[in-house]
Design a protein around this ligand. Structure first.
Ligand code: BZD
Length: 838
């Protein structure tokens, strides 16, 4: 037939590889030794933990690669609809432990590594976090990749391969946050595969010339062309051969350097454009919830969306289908507005390159994209100055104007004469300069839009996108409550609890980790004394593990007999770390006022904070400084230190979260009602049997619905009250001394210098004394009462452990498997494509 037979040679020979569960220890040690010698060019005689880690990682990678190749081949053969998750951030953390667990190879590798004279636990600590994200949004993307692979869904991630991840946080002796670069690739990254053969040219600047009247083709020429090169990161599913892909783009100059300038002696000029190309993917922007309108950020966004779309279209074209079938084979999820340029970019490709007419192209576009909003805070809504957009992306600016004109005509038709509505819904905000509203563009260019928890999705529909609900109808809008992967956030970070759950339920973990509602079976054991004792003992050992970690890294001795109270998240006024630290000071002042006998009756408590502040966020940084200095004072107070101590743990990361979360008795999720879209660490704590004190906000509400309100400590004003309170603050301000004397006392102690020079903290304290936009004053008393109830509940340890068990048992809903299946079914229309099942 002229067709070649593949594979060449004997197929059975090709099929002998070291795959997953078949692997025996001998194979593992051989493979590690082989990598030590031939990949690292090192020997047994001079091998340190780092070298052993690298060799072990390469050996595990070989296993994943076999599955990865098979998965890609299988997807190509079956040609299913695929989904692509476009996210500027993937907060992956470490890979080795997760890969070993998902491949079910951990115990074999543990033994193999032991035979080579190393300990797997030590090697795991050698890995650097892949910290290509700021916080919740980036970590959510990572959980969703794990869940997609684990449920055999053909989903790829697309992001940027930043040379530097989120900055490393250092704390100066005065308590100031200092930032240092995070050169995470310096020790080489065994988990990525450079694909120099997969690359695309991306254009910036230049001129766009319309070739016809109306909304027809244009020719975009000139400017700067930059090369996007693919790096692939394998995403192994849990106990399945399906291994998906995360494709990260690196920017490179199209040509090495300008030889003409070089020969003319202009050496700096010669490398200038190549430097500017490399700069695009050099560093992650460390701001969350604010936009800065920086040129380089816009270039990142376009570079990434253009390369990803080109790659998606190339793969679609290989199917040999006609372009109008594109939405039957491709769904693209926009993780917040950061990838919104994909909408005008796909229009550009369809019109200028594929020669489709406008309406046909728009029809395709609006069936391919899906948009998730992650915040309703006004300062976080992306807007790009029109002059900047015109300069960098002249063709896209034309397309945005065209989209806007046609859209506003439709709005005018539906709501004749409503000029204010037109102004609100326009893609262009009037002003100096005019700005492009990315949320409006993402909204009208997408098939469906969702928020990330019930309350948040309601707020999206009734506030920021209200006009669009009225225009499109409510069915275009939905909710997918966030989730977390129970693989990393229970099995990996809390192995003892995972083991206890499996043995108690008599269900293999490979089953309940993929059907988290099975945890419900634990409820009845809450009544068994023996089980409660085991449950409590594991929590205690996790507290000791954290204390050990702190002792070895920071040199502090932590009181593990105390209750552990944890707040870990980005520093932000809306998250109200201020409320927490002011509450700590309040508690300290109360302890100071007690007699020794009274103190003995107090529930001892250790409070932990961790989190980074955006480098330019002055108030957030000042909050860190206050926390550090309060800690300095109260940890040194001999009268109180047995009852209250406080730690700010520097350089919060995924890996640090993995040690902190299983150790917590209570965690704080105390945002002003209506401001935290969902929160995801709240889910992680509860899954690990930590209780929650929080406001009636985001996913806290749904957690309480699942675990029972009696197991959650709620306080504070509700969302509908917030707006009224702000109005009152504005027009009928009441001084703090009147509104909340307890808080006023705390603020006065700070100003009076109890924690060092009081003047330093005035700007922070004044945000509360004046305006108090986040309602610290209004919620302070009920917050203190909630903490008192926490103390009281903790004193009845039996009841507390019951609450802890029932909390874990009822967290099934918050598996990211449920969330991803929801996207697959209700949004993308995607089917699982299991490898090796047909
Ligand atoms: O997204 C967060 C929300 O604040 C959380 O409530 C929610 O749980 C998670 C996941 O949905 N949003 C972010 O993390 N946002 C950002 O990190 C971000 C980053 C860059 C620019 C703007 C926002």
């Amino acid at each position: 037939s002229g067709k070649e037979k593949w594979p060449r040679g004997d197929e059975t020979v090709w099929k002998t590889n070291m795959r997953g569960v078949d692997a025996d220890i001998g194979d593992i040690t051989k493979s590690v030794v082989n990598h030590v010698q031939t990949s690292l060019a090192r020997q047994a005689y001079n091998l340190d933990n780092l070298g052993a880690y690298q060799a072990a990682a390469l050996s595990v990678r070989d296993n994943m690669l076999v599955n990865w190749n098979e998965t890609q081949l299988h997807y190509t053969r079956k040609a299913p609809k695929r989904a692509y998750y476009l996210s500027l951030e993937f907060l992956m953390g470490r890979t080795l432990d997760n890969a070993l667990l998902n491949l079910d190879l951990k115990s074999q590798y543990k033994d193999g590594i032991n035979q080579l004279g190393f300990s797997l636990e030590d090697l795991l600590e050698e890995e650097r976090d892949a910290a290509l994200g700021n916080g919740g949004l980036g970590r959510l993307a990572a959980c969703y990749l794990d869940s997609s692979a684990s449920q055999d869904l053909p989903v790829w991630g697309y992001g940027l391969r930043y040379k530097y991840g989120i900055f490393q946080q250092l704390i100066s002796p005065e308590g100031n946050q200092l930032e240092a670069p995070d050169p995470w690739l310096d020790n080489q990254n065994p988990w990525e595969l450079p694909r120099i053969d997969v690359n695309y040219e991306v254009r910036f600047y230049g001129q766009s010339e319309r070739l016809s009247e109306g909304h027809g083709r244009a020719l975009w020429t000139g400017g700067q062309e930059v090369l996007a090169v693919a790096y692939d990161v394998m995403i192994p599913g849990c106990h399945t051969r399906n291994t998906n892909n995360l494709r990260l783009w690196e920017s490179k100059p199209k040509r090495g350097f300008d030889l003409n300038s070089f020969n003319a002696g202009n050496y700096e000029g010669a490398v200038e454009s190549s430097n500017s190309a490399a700069a695009i993917t050099s560093v992650l922007y460390p701001n969350d919830h604010t936009t800065f309108g920086k040129e380089l950020r816009l270039k990142q966004q376009y570079f990434w969306t253009a390369a990803s779309l080109a790659d998606i279209i190339r793969r679609f074209k290989n199917l040999g289908k006609s372009i109008n079938e594109f939405p039957d084979y491709v769904a693209i999820q926009l993780n917040d507005t950061h990838p919104t340029l994909a909408i005008p970019e796909l229009m550009r490709i369809l019109i200028d390159e594929e020669d489709l007419d406008w309406n046909f192209a728009w029809q395709i576009v609006t069936n391919v994209f899906f948009f998730t909003n992650h915040t309703v805070l006004p300062e976080a809504l992306e807007k790009w100055p029109v002059p900047l957009m015109e300069h960098i992306l002249p063709r896209h600016m034309q397309i945005i104007y065209d989209i806007n004109m046609i859209f506003l005509q439709a709005v005018e038709k539906k709501f004749p004469g409503d000029r204010e509505r037109l102004a609100r819904m326009s893609l262009i905000e009037e002003g100096f300069p005019k700005q492009v509203r990315m949320a409006n563009l993402a909204c009208i260019g997408s098939r469906r839009i969702n928020g990330v928890a019930e309350l948040h999705s309601q707020l999206v529909q009734t506030t920021i996108l209200k006009d669009f609900v009225e225009f499109f109808g409510v069915s275009k809008f939905g909710n997918v409550t966030n989730g977390i992967t129970p693989r990393r956030w229970l099995d990996q970070c809390n192995p003892e609890l995972s083991k206890l759950i499996s043995s108690t339920l008599k269900i293999d973990k490979s089953v309940w980790l993929k059907d988290l509602y099975k945890l419900k079976g634990l409820v009845k054991y809450a009544e068994e004394k023996g089980f409660r004792a085991e449950w409590a003992a594991i929590k205690q050992r996790n507290k000791e593990r954290l204390a050990h970690h702190i002792e070895t890294t920071l040199g502090f001795t932590v009181n593990t007999n105390a209750m552990f109270d944890v707040q870990i998240k980005r520093l932000h006024e809306y998250k109200r770390q201020t409320l927490n630290i002011l509450g700590v000071i309040h508690r300290y002042l109360e302890l100071k006022a007690m007699t020794p006998a009274q103190r003995k009756k107090v529930n001892p408590k250790v409070v932990f904070f961790a989190g980074k502040a955006a480098p330019a966020y002055y108030i957030a940084k000042l909050t860190i400084r206050l926390i550090v200095n309060v800690a300095r004072v109260i940890n040194a107070d001999p009268e109180t230190k047995d009852y209250l101590s406080l730690y700010f743990l520097p350089d919060y990361s995924v890996s640090l979260a993995e040690v902190l979360i299983p150790a917590s008795d209570i965690s704080q999720h105390i945002s002003t009602a209506g401001t935290e879209a969902s929160g995801t660490s709240n889910m992680k704590f509860c899954l690990n049997g930590g209780l929650l004190v929080g406001t009636v906000d985001g996913a806290n509400i749904e957690i309480a619905e699942e675990v029972g309100e009696e197991n959650v400590f709620f306080f504070g004003h509700l969302t509908p009250a917030v707006e009224d309170l702000r109005y009152q603050h504005m027009y009928h301000p009441v001084p703090v001394d009147e509104a909340c004397p307890a808080l006023a006392n705390v603020l006065n102690q700070i100003s009076g210098g109890l924690f060092g020079d009081g003047g330093v903290y005035e700007p922070l304290v004044n945000t509360i004394r004046q305006g108090d936009y986040y309602l610290v004053t209004d919620d302070f008393d009920s917050y203190i009462r909630a903490l008192a109830m926490v103390d009281e509940a903790y004193l009845d340890r039996d009841e507390w452990v019951k609450k802890s068990i029932c909390t874990t048992a009822n967290m099934g809903k918050f598996s990211s498997d449920r969330a991803i299946m929801d996207y697959a079914q209700e949004y993308w229309n995607l089917e699982p494509i299991p490898v090796g099942k047909d």
